[in-house]
Structures are given as C-alpha cells and as structure tokens.
Design a protein around this ligand. Structure first.
Ligand code: PLP
Length: 286
C-alpha cells in the first residue's frame, strides 16, 4: 500500500514526496527526530515527544517547523489517512537547505524541512519477543557527547545493532569508562534485590520519554529506584535487566555478553512494568 506522508505542509503519496539533495539533514545529519507510538489508533505520550522535540531544536538553534497544535493535527491526520491501529509516527525536522553545501549554517530565515510518515506495526504491543526477552552484547560507546539531543546521527547505533545481529543477539548496550550509558535505541536498567538501577539523566544519554513514564509508574507501584552509574559487570550479575523505548515499551533483557541473568527468562519486575506501562499508556493516549 502506498502511504500518505507529510512533507513541508503537504500530504502526498510516499513516491511523490521529495526533499532537496542539498538538505542539511542529508548532507550533515543536521536534523532531529521523534518516534511516537500508536496503540488503538491513538498517540502515546504525544506531549512528551513534542516537548523533547522543542528541546532538541533549541539546543541546536534550529527553527521549529510548526506549532505543537499543528504537529498534533499532522500526527492524527497521518494515523487516520494510513489506517494505523498499532504502529509508529516518525517525525524529522532538519535545518533545511539554501541550495548549496557549506559547514556554516545557512541564514536564520532558511526554512526547516519537516517530514512525517507512519509505520504500520500490527502486534506491536503483543510482541512475542517480550516473552522471550532480549540478548545483549556490550560495545564501546564512541558516540558524540550530546546524546541528550535526539539527532539523526544514527550510524554508530545502527552499526551496534549489526554487531549484535552478527553475534546472534538482539541489541547492544553502550559502555563508556566501564559504565553502561544506554542501549543503541533505548534506555538501560538492571534490577538487583528488588531495586531498579538506571543511569541518571545527563548529556551522556537520551532522556527517554518511556524512561520518564516507567520510572513514575514504578514509583507509584512502590518499587525502589536508584539513579546511578552501573558497570557492565554489575549488570551481568543482576537478577534481571530491561530496556525502555517508545516502540519496545519495556523489553526484558535475559542475557548480556553470553551471561544469562537470573534463570535466563524475563524477570518479574520487567514483566510487571511492561504490563503497567502498556495499560497506563493506552488509558492516557490521545
Ligand atoms: N536512548 C536512545 C539512544 C534512543 O535512540 C532512544 C529511542 O530512540 C531511547 C533511549 C528511548 O527513548 P524513548 O523512550 O523516548 O523512545
């Protein structure tokens, strides 16, 4: 099926949508993005994504392409026009193009490029992978130092996923100075003696929208949370582990670098948090 996508003010069939070859997103990875999940045809945590998008734009001194209300309308239009019940809305804003290539930013009145499209993912919430749990390898974190900005510079995370696949695993955790920063496209947690441990927010990691929601829900469920650095060795000795992201929700981790966690199956805390998160998010979806 040909999707309807949104490009710079227009809804178009995907094969008619175009962006300049001089676009800064294409030439310089000078762009930011968001991925919002759709469940039951509704948007999960739209507000959180809109706020983080604005923060990313501000940090890079980039113009917003449209208002938050317009953004919500575009998301809803695309979900409806493409008949998405379970899936994702991808949004990208770049610094646009002034018709040439230059390291220097184009003038401030250059129009940003905005592109949105949907991805249909039936069965996203009921993903069988969550019942099996994910196998993780650890790799060195060699990304740039502003990982709190959600830029489209995704080559290293993409390479990390490929390294994991080659090793027969599902994903990679990134390690800097012996401490886990995060997953290639998710935030990382371990559970030891009933306590959830995750790295505190800083410029070292993306401030996950799902992370924020899950930590709030865990606190409401009287679970103990410790935000501190942890090593990959500590993670291997944990009772359980998991990752969070908008599209994976809460995904249990059952193996790290070939070491099984607990009995090698999804742990009770990760499993419970996934249920709570899906339940609460569906209720609050718009
Ligand atoms: N960390 C990284 C590096 C990511 O790319 C992502 C999501 O793409 C996350 C964490 C999770 O963020 P969110 O929960 O907002 O999807």
């Amino acid at each position: 099926m040909t999707r309807t996508v949104y490009v710079n003010g227009e809804y178009l069939p995907e094969n008619e949508a175009t962006v300049s070859i001089f676009d800064r997103g294409f030439l310089m990875a000078d762009g930011v993005y968001e991925v919002t999940t759709v469940l039951d045809g509704k948007l999960i945590d739209f507000d959180g994504h809109a706020v983080r998008l604005q923060r990313s734009l501000d940090e890079l001194e980039m113009q917003a392409a449209c208002s938050k209300d317009e953004l919500l309308e575009i998301h809803r239009q695309l979900v409806e026009r493409n008949g998405i019940v379970e899936g994702l809305v991808y949004l990208q804003v770049t610094r646009g193009s002034d018709g040439d290539r230059d390291f220097v930013f184009p003038s401030a009145d250059t129009k940003p490029t905005i592109v949105l499209f949907t991805q249909n993912k039936p069965g996203l919430a009921d993903n069988p992978a969550a019942k099996k749990g994910a196998k993780i390898i650890s790799i060195e974190d060699i990304r740039w130092g502003r990982r709190d900005i959600k830029t489209v510079q995704l080559l290293y995370p993409s390479m990390g996923k490929m390294m994991a696949k080659k090793a027969g695993c599902d994903d990679a955790w990134l390690v800097e100075d012996g401490h886990v920063t995060e997953g290639t496209s998710n935030n990382a947690y371990l559970v030891k003696d009933g306590k959830i441990v995750t790295r505190p927010l800083s410029t070292d990691i993306l401030h996950g929208i799902t992370r924020k929601a899950v930590l709030r829900m865990a606190a409401e469920a009287q679970m103990e949370i410790e935000e501190r650095l942890f090593t990959i060795d500590e993670a291997k000795e944990a009772d359980e582990a998991f990752v969070t992201s908008a599209s994976a929700f809460v995904m249990p981790v059952v193996e790290i670098d070939g070491v099984a966690l607990g009995n090698g199956t999804p742990g009770p805390i990760a499993t419970r948090l996934r249920e709570i998160y899906l339940d609460e998010s569906r209720k609050a979806a718009i």
